[in-house]
Write a protein that binds this ligand. Structure first.
Ligand code: OOG
Ligand code: NI
Length: 318
């Protein structure tokens, strides 16, 4: 913006928490994610080592929620808004009965040089299931768990950082029932506020992997399975936002009836943001993130959601 405050602290609102606290919470969410999902863990290690262990930046973090009884987007958004994030655009997915909002980080005038959650703050993408559009049977299951723990929504960020569900574990039959109607709903019932994915900022890598086509090819050669829904590479209509993702890992989950099943967990995404047409003449060394295509794209996101769907998980490699 135009504010040239020399003291970043003076722009802080009273509700803001310390930066070290905020980043530590993100770090705990990331730790839960890395401990549960071997694919994102090894992809991050591999990309980091091939990139000369330089700074690796996250483009965004993503979460899923149930849009009912205060458990929706707002329950988690408050943590980011309190830190100074700004609510940006809404994205609608009527066929999937979902909507999403994304949030832009506050200006990092200090230009942090750490990696991941200690680097430039990521965008945040939070979606919610439009619960009232589901069948009454599916609504009954979702209400049963959310209404029985009315306080859970207040501790969304805590639940995510600790890696524990804010409601009781469901019956395996309830998980199956939701999955038949919405794989997103079933995922959210058993994963709660767990980090759904982190996204590597591809254009900010230092190596030749900083082109998403090269990175996708490299990862497939290494045997990683990428989400192929609508094609591996998702491109926005304006051509400026290119995304791809792995297929979600699975984790063994013990349901309240004692049944143990493999359930989809999280995945890792890759995003390349191209320089906007109006900044084509800016010298490469002066290009900042603000010169690049910002935001998200409904057509890309619609396919990326399917990274946790059975059809992608059970696909044969290649
Ligand atoms: C989110 C899918 C969309 C993006 O970057 O557009 C997305 C999800 O799977 O919950 O991540
Ligand atoms: Ni994403």
């Amino acid at each position: 913006g135009s504010s040239m405050s020399s003291n970043n602290g003076s722009r802080r609102l009273s509700s803001q928490v310390a930066e070290s606290f905020f980043r530590s919470v993100l770090g705990q969410m990331e730790t839960v994610y890395l401990n549960r999902n071997p694919t994102p863990k090894s992809v991050l290690e591999l990309v980091r080592s091939l990139d000369g262990n330089e700074q690796l930046c996250y483009d965004h973090l993503a979460f899923r929620t149930f849009g009912i009884g205060g458990y929706g987007i707002d329950s988690l958004a408050s943590f980011f808004l309190d830190y100074g994030y700004t609510q940006m655009d809404e994205l609608k997915f009527p066929a999937k009965k979902l909507r999403a909002l994304w949030f832009a980080p506050p200006d990092d005038s200090a230009l942090p040089c750490g990696s991941g959650v200690n680097g430039p703050l990521p965008r945040v993408f939070i979606s919610e299931l439009l619960v009232e559009q589901m069948t009454s049977q599916a609504q009954d299951v979702i209400r049963k768990y959310t209404e029985a723990s009315p306080g859970g929504k207040k501790y969304a960020a805590l639940s995510s950082a600790l890696g524990i569900l804010p409601w009781e574990k469901p019956l395996s039959s309830e998980f199956e029932q939701l999955a038949r109607e919405s794989e997103y709903a079933a995922w959210t019932l058993v994963n709660g506020y767990a980090l759904n994915h982190v996204t590597i900022s591809v254009h900010r890598l230092k190596s030749h992997l900083n082109k998403i086509k090269k990175l996708n090819q490299f990862l497939e050669e290494k045997g990683f399975k990428l989400n192929s829904e609508g094609g591996v590479l998702k491109v926005s209509p304006d051509g400026g936002l290119l995304q791809s993702s792995t297929v979600a890992d699975s984790i063994s989950f013990k349901f309240s009836d004692g049944v143990v099943k493999s359930i989809p967990c999280s995945y890792i995404e890759f995003a390349e943001r191209l320089v906007l047409p109006q900044f084509q003449n800016v010298p490469e060394s002066d290009i900042k993130e603000s010169h690049r295509r910002d935001g998200f794209e409904v057509g890309n996101a619609d396919k990326i959601f399917e990274s946790t769907y059975q059809e992608q998980l059970s696909r044969r490699t290649g």
